[in-house]
Design a protein around this ligand. Sequence first.
Ligand SMILES: O=C(O)c1cc(=O)[nH]c(=O)n1[C@@H]1O[C@H](COP(=O)(O)O)[C@@H](O)[C@H]1O
Length: 231
Amino acid sequence: MNKPVIVALDFADDFECINFLNQFPKDEEKLFLKIGLEMFCQFGYPFVRNLRERGYNIFLDLKLHDIPNTVKRTCEMIAQWDVQMLTVHATGGSEMIAAAKEGLAGSSTKLLAVTQLTSLGQTELANELQVPLDSQDYVTHLAKLAYQNGADGVISSALEVPVIKTATSTDFLCVTPGIRPKSSQVGDQKRVATPAHARELGSDAIVVGRPITQAQDGHQAYVNICKEWNK
Ligand SMILES: O=C(O)c1cc(=O)[nH]c(=O)n1[C@@H]1O[C@H](COP(=O)(O)O)[C@@H](O)[C@H]1O
């Protein structure tokens, strides 16, 4: 099976989102969709259920970050939803990551821990967050914490995948947003890679939003990215 290109559905409006999805031929391999905070806050679980019932794979990107008990109880609820992936922030710490995994027990939902957001570069890490490590070391540190506490993988930029795999395991999933084909605007992303570079670096899946959802022809943009990614 091809490694997935996960489409980030960051739409303000559910009709706009469904119109976008209707551009994709029905017989095409089912899309892997990411529902993030923007759509989840407006449309909640019924929207997730609706897309699951249509046969899409779902990455529920809620980036949970709270005390262990709260995260565990939230994960117990999400474990009933049959989603394929869920995110928590690795900076919630070892107990919180382990609690999230415990909450998901018995489900097949993969737990992914967000390391350093791809919108943060070295300058923000040092000056704003006062983290005295370079990005590669910080991301590797958080990835090891996630690995040791039961996460199935991490979210990082593609640039850190080789060091994460070396520090954890080749089976530890590296799902990478911050993907920009050569012709795309970088926008608020700082640590970016093209689909082809992400593949060379060993990403297990790429997450792509605006280069597909804001394209004139979203389906064609998706097909082009898939071709570059699976070459
Ligand atoms: O957890 C994520 O998915 C995520 C983590 C991260 O470090 N960076 C990041 O961009 N994302 C998400 O990936 C998507 C990227 O969207 P685009 O920048 O439009 O391609 C957005 O939905 C972000 O919320």
